[in-house]
Design a binder for this molecule. Structure first.
Ligand code: NAD
Length: 481
């Protein structure tokens, strides 16, 4: 077994490592080889209670520090993580499978949240004004909300955690984080770094568990908890919203997507292909922001499909630890089978296979870059997240029609538009019912921008100025003097 990954496999509670109360452990696999990487401690209710006590104890002292003091700890975390990007990238690849460039990109992105929120920590603004009629003063300020429970997915084992931990700490809140069972190692490995950065004991606690439902439900019913911040599927998000309702917790929900990518006939086709490759293949399509449906204007559809397919065909599939590999394995067998089923369904319903589409034999959860054209509206992949390296291309001729089709989904996370006509581009962006739009860009994720969706893609925003407010309560004081 790999020594680096064996080092931190216990629960992290109150600044100490300990096995779970029951001694139960679960396997974490390397998706490229299917070998067991580690046996990780599985948290139970007693462990959740210990984490709650630790977080509660840490709260007052941390919330009482000045914003500048909190900021300096976060800044140090950014420096330390930036110095160890290769180490984190390797661990991300080992447990998630993604290729080295994707893993390094994630580690950089993850670290940036510490820097951004170090800068935001000192900018929590408020307001003081005159009440229009009573003559009183209105004072509005933001205070740390309380203990935050953070639940994260496997597709970005580092960044989906730091996108929540950094704003919570900047706001003055302690956290208990439950990483995905497929990929708990990266989050555990981050803890010694946070200690070195000066994060006090108990402020950040990590509880991997094979009993996510029971554990998280217990945490959300403890009166000391005030925030639940979740990233994952819409189905689980809905369940957590139900649990959160009992104590009326502040919810932040980053849920599923079904991103349309629209290429108009006046688009720069090479730039659109480059953007589409990024939107589709970053993280091998295992991203909530991944372009799921391609709508290409009929006039340029053939040219786009040819160039896009040629770019997809160049990608090398293999173990993400190999520096020449562009596309690693999917995270597990279920995901691999789900992606294969989407492709089979689309072909059965009339789509044409231009590239890929064949499950490779041998070990590892690999799936080749795949391009489908003439995909019918009835295909499952038009309505559900593919979460894999499959591009489903359709055509359009009319702007109103493509806007209607793009909006015809319960999701509203991100859409992409490619056109050289900025007036048309901006008009279409405004008509798209999405929290984020990439206009001539295949990448929208940025720690400085408010990331999040409309409709069933979620509630709240992460990153930007808005990210810290998810962990703060607004208090208004009516005063006379
Ligand atoms: P998932 O919903 O299955 O799991 C997410 C997390 O919730 C994991 O930690 C899991 O262990 C935990 N979990 C599962 N069941 C639970 C329950 N009943 N109670 C409490 N916790 C539970 O999602 P996933 O498969 O890990 O991730 C893929 C999904 O995440 C996709 O739908 C993707 O779009 C979404 N995602 C969204 C964003 C975003 O920012 N909007 C980012 C990344 C991923």
């Amino acid at each position: 077994m790999d020594q680096a990954v064996q080092q931190f496999t216990d629960l992290y509670i109150g600044g100490a490592w300990r096995p779970g109360a029951s001694g139960d452990r679960f396997e974490v696999l390397n998706p490229a080889t299917e070998d067991v990487l580690a046996h990780v401690a599985s948290a139970e209710i007693e462990d959740a209670d210990a984490a709650l006590d630790a977080a509660d104890k840490a709260f007052a002292e941390w919330a009482g520090r000045t914003p500048r003091q909190r900021s300096e700890v976060l800044r140090k975390a950014w420096e330390l993580m930036t110095a160890r990007l290769d180490e984190f990238a390797r661990l991300i690849t080992l447990e998630n499978g993604k290729a080295g460039t994707d893993a390094r990109g994630e580690a950089t992105y993850a670290a940036e949240f510490f820097r951004w929120f170090a800068e935001e920590a000192v900018r929590a603004d408020g307001l003081i004004t005159h009440a229009p009629a009573s003559g009183a003063r209105i004072i509005v300020q933001h205070k740390p909300a309380g203990i935050a429970v953070l639940v994260t997915p496997w597709n970005y084992p580092a960044a989906m955690g730091t996108r929540k931990i950094a704003p919570a700490l900047a706001a003055g809140c302690p956290v208990i984080i439950k990483p995905a069972s497929e990929t708990p190692l990266t989050m555990l490995a981050l803890m010694p770094l946070l200690e070195e950065a000066g994060v006090p004991k108990g402020l950040v606690n990590v509880l991997p568990s094979r009993h996510s439902g029971k554990l998280v439900d217990h945490l959300l019913h403890d009166p000391r908890v005030r925030v639940v911040s979740f990233t994952g599927s819409t189905g689980v998000g809905r369940k957590l919203l139900h649990s959160a309702a009992d104590q009326v917790l502040k919810p932040a929900m980053e849920l599923g997507g079904n991103a349309p990518l629209i290429v108009f006939d006046d688009a720069d086709i090479d730039a659109a292909v480059e953007g589409a490759m990024l939107a589709k293949m970053r993280n091998l399509g295992e991203a909530c922001t991944a372009a799921n449906r391609f709508y290409v204007h009929e006039k340029v559809a053939d040219a786009f499909a040819e160039k896009f397919t040629a770019a997809m065909a160049k990608l090398k599939v293999g173990d993400g630890l190999d520096p020449d590999v562009d596309v690693g394995p999917l995270v597990n067998r279920d995901t691999q089978e789900k992606v294969a089923a989407f492709v089979a369904d689309a072909i059965e319903k009339g789509a044409k296979l231009k590239l890929g589409g064949e499950l490779p034999a041998g070990r590892g959860f690999f799936y080749p870059p795949t391009v489908l054209t003439d995909v019918p509206e009835t295909a499952d992949c038009v309505h559900d997240e593919i979460f894999g390296p499959v591009a489903a291309i359709q055509t359009f001729t009319d702007t109103d029609d493509v806007v209607r089709r793009a909006n015809d989904t319960e999701y509203g996370l991100v859409a992409y538009v490619f056109t050289e006509n900025m007036k048309r581009g901006l008009q279409v962006c405004e008509r798209l019912d999405y929290g984020m739009v990439g206009l001539n860009r295949g990448l929208v994720s940025d720690p400085a921008a408010p990331f999040g969706g409309t409709k069933q893609s979620g509630l709240g925003r992460e990153g930007g100025h808005e990210g810290m407010l998810e962990f703060m309560e607004t208090q208004y004081i009516s005063a006379t003097w």
